[in-house]
Design a protein around this ligand. Sequence first.
Ligand SMILES: [Zn+2]
Length: 97
Amino acid sequence: MNIQCPNCETIFDLQKNHKINSKYKCSVCNHIWLEKKDKPNQINSAEKANLKTIFIINTVFLFLVILITIIFRDHLENIDSNWKALYRFFDMLIPVQ
Ligand SMILES: [Zn+2]
């Protein structure tokens, strides 16, 4: 990771062991500053947006599958007896008065 001195704009190469909010002293101009990292928050919001997109895609896909199984019921029942059993099971769940 690289950090830059805000005073003289010298770029330093840091090792991996550093904390999120660390105090640094520039070896060139002796300027002392507190380095704040904003990047983790940006990554988190990007990951949240990705999760939201995945959730929406999954929900839409699930509704599509349900819709297709309802629309093509007659066709699917003729393909396989397992489909017939599956539809019979779901029919059992619907209370008939
Ligand atoms: Zn400096």
